[in-house]
Design a protein around this ligand. Sequence first.
Ligand code: UT7
Length: 333
Amino acid sequence: MLNAKIAGLGHYVPKQVVTNADLEKIIDTTDAWIVERTGIKERRWADVPEESTSFMGAQAAKAALAQAGLQESDVDCVIFATLSSDYFFPGSACVVQNFMEFSGNIPAYDIRIQCSGFVYGLQMADSFIKSGLYKCILLIGAEIQSTSLNKTTAGRDTAVIFGDGAGAAVLIPSENEKEGILATSVHAEGKYAKELWCEGPTPLDKVRMTLESIESGKHFPYMNGRYVFKHAVTRFPEVLKESLEKAGKTVDDLDWFIPHQANLRITEAVGNQLGISPAKVISNIHKYGNTTAASIPIAWSEAVLDGRIKRGDLVGIAAFGAGFTWGSVIVRY
Ligand code: UT7
């Protein structure tokens, strides 16, 4: 059986840095509150329309391919995880083709699984490679949150948390069953959809976008923060253990743990519950905030570039987010 190996990783973040002090000027909030409750010090906001979700995804993808020593023409499938596609349709996996030189009309999958999108994408890519269907998969997680946020005091719980960015991985087959993706687990519980959601614009309104729906704020994300927090700190450890068991590994075998960067308090609580030393937990939320489907590949790519994560290391990845959705991957990088 073939395993899916990570041939390369890359990331791209917008140039514009928005600090907590910048937010203090437009929202009734404080740097102290944001740092204490979330660990976030700054985030990036995209310079739209140039830094679109698909543009940022393409930059991350190019970096991942360069690291892999592969060409854009080698890619035979694109999976794009995002909740903030450039357009309602077509999806970003199609639009990203305009920034890249793929060879032939390769398939384009968009997946909308919010903060768990990259983990779901890793499972898809692993399955495609195991089946022999594709041999060089580009998996992108990219997000623009900044243009969707309610940047007034009414939206301060979400406005201070989310940020923009992109990360990507190139996956290829390996005949060495001890390397690459060793196990994956993904789950969803749709009864909680409305605890973290964005209601509009929606086809359930007779006219999809009206002044009335904008005035009611349906287009802003809503998050029941405490509720989401409570579920996250249960699901992260549970699902990581599930994949570790499938891989025949234990928490102690892990060299690194890369959680979705939701909130530093969630990361710390999960690390403590699992008994993972903080030195093994990758966290960059202080720089980028929560970038949803992009957070794991950005963190992973950075940790490879700065020399922390090395070839052969055992890496545990876990995510939890809107849906609710959650999942984990164990990979011998
Ligand atoms: O990406 C995956 C999904 N997302 C998550 O996993 C996020 C999960 N949730 C969280 O990270 C946290 O719940 C938040 C960071 C969103 C909020 O932290 P909290 O400690 O749960 O605060 P809270 O919502 O219970 O609010 C506490 C107080 C409230 O004031 P009162 O009612 O006690 O007077 C809020 O109005 O903090 C207030 N507050 C703020 N104050 C200053 C909420 N947002 C802010 C803010 N600045 N930005």
